[in-house]
Design a protein around this ligand. Sequence first.
Ligand code: MEV
Length: 300
Amino acid sequence: MTMTTCSAPGKIYFFGEHAVVYGEQATACAVDIRTRVTVRPDVEHIINSSIGITGLDMHKHPYVTRCIREMEQFIPDGVRIDISSELPVGSGLGSSAAVTIATLHALSIQFDTGHSLDDIAAMGHEIERTVQGAASPTDTFASTMGGVITIPGRKRLNLPECPIVIGYTGKFSSTSELVANVGELKKKYPQIIEPVISTIGRLSYEGEAAIEGQDYQALGHLMNINHGLLDTLGVGSPELSRLVWASRDAGAWGAKTTGAGGGGCMVAITDRPDEVAAAITSAGGQAIITNATPYGVKVE
Ligand code: MEV
């Protein structure tokens, strides 16, 4: 085989970001916005992305560098890796997980390493943990397996058939800082913040029936409640609130921050995707109309 191309999806959270860090249940949904990685044998290691062309480089390409190191025993000389992504970096849509999972899978196929998808998901999670310091398995698992899944239980739920609109604030947010801030708040006001975190976990359980029954009004209502609780945890921002309210005013069933917050993205579910996308754009965001995808990492 001269080369292998794989793609892996990003994801949104219907429920449970931040709470999942404390062991609560979260519900994530892979979306059809993908990162593509092409792997070909070469005489040395080359990594080519929108960031630039490097060799192994823990500063510029930390995730892909780790992926090559993990698989190095199977690579005879070197490998060239070309990356193109539809996912905005640092947006909370799981761009680092998607590039990690697509790279691991492409390497495993190209060099016939015998890794299963479960192995790829576990290796990807470990790489995210090493690079970021802390990370739940949500992004790497959703990107590997696709579909709607609960974490930590890994239950697969029905795929929602309604359009999903994502609004990007254009602002980078640091997941580790936001996770640390929530930790501080919890330490300062445990009696108040712990119940908020467990209520977010409850929303994920309550949301299962809405997802299984394709009751998008109920799903949207629960997402709205989750958004309010994320604001309570201090991970909101004026931009996120503007996009969330613009979406609701344009008729979305529900809209919330997705991912770590602070900046990054919000997500809305709606039967009026064009109106919601236009409202997000007028409110200063970048809108992406997409849908849930059952396809995790795959060979292209
Ligand atoms: C970030 O996308 C989601 C958080 O829950 C952190 C994590 O799950 O690793 C804030």
